[in-house]
Design a protein around this ligand. Structure first.
Ligand SMILES: [Zn+2]
Length: 241
């Protein structure tokens, strides 16, 4: 399968991702948050033509494991009809694309569960709009960072005579996971904006940074709805709200 569109240009990628989030993920998210689900969403697109194949959002009212990304992966493997990888207006097919021929898009940087889900499913990349710090600071969801730090980050055993404080600082300076590893490459939308600056100059990059900000702002209202619903709506299966 050709992957020319995926490899072509950061502007092409960013334009397709922002449109997918605005036109397909956000309408689903609006429904989800009103029934007590978190506002995290995901989409799987073709590398060949950046055609959205599967779009999904968090469904923690059904199970605490159904994060946006996991729900999207589940749906990708359950669905029986797939759009043409180059042109969505062409007839669909029953042939599921190889995950290697797909782009994985997450509205929020994937948590440890979803990092593993993306890896185990064979996707070799993902892109995200909001960072872990955004999830913690803007959406009151600190658990991505908490779980990676508490469960996965094993402190080194201090060497004899070493300063424990120095060890602590070293640990805090380390990234929470490998954004480039043998399984996948992870890039944020800000990374794409930086690539646009290098390739097309600061003016073009600034235009896209404004566009990223505009799409991010659409999440403000969704967050308010979720924060209200998590106290009033009964029935979320999620323990960490
Ligand atoms: Zn997750």
């Amino acid at each position: 399968m050709a992957s020319s569109t995926y490899d072509s240009d950061p502007v092409t990628l960013l334009r397709a991702f922002l449109a997918t989030i605005e036109d397909k993920v956000i309408p689903l998210t609006s429904k989800g948050v009103s029934s007590g689900n978190k506002l995290f969403g995901a989409a799987i697109l073709s590398k060949a033509g950046l055609v959205p194949i599967t779009v999904s959002t968090n469904n923690e009212t059904a199970s605490p494991l159904l994060h946006g990304e996991i729900n999207c992966i589940q749906q990708f493997f359950a669905q029986t009809s797939f759009p043409d990888m180059l042109d969505a207006s062409k007839p669909s097919s029953s042939q599921r694309p190889n995950p290697r021929d797909c782009v994985f898009l997450a509205t929020h940087e994937p948590c440890s569960l979803c990092l593993s889900g993306i890896t185990w499913s064979g996707f070799d990349n993902f892109f995200y709009l909001f960072t872990y710090e955004d999830s913690r600071d803007l959406f009151s969801v600190p658990y991505d960072i908490d779980i990676l730090q508490e469960v996965f980050r094993v402190p080194a055993v201090p060497a004899v005579g070493s300063e424990k404080e120095t060890q602590r600082e070293d640990l805090d300076a380390r990234p929470l996971y490998n954004r480039r590893n043998k399984f996948f490459t992870a890039r944020s939308f800000e990374d794409l904006a930086r690539e646009i600056a290098e390739k097309h100059g600061e003016a073009e990059s600034k235009k896209w940074e404004d566009e990223i900000r505009r799409i991010k702002a659409l999440y403000n209202g969704l967050s308010d709805t979720y924060q209200e619903s998590k106290t009033s709506v009964v029935g979320s299966a999620s323990f960490w709200k």
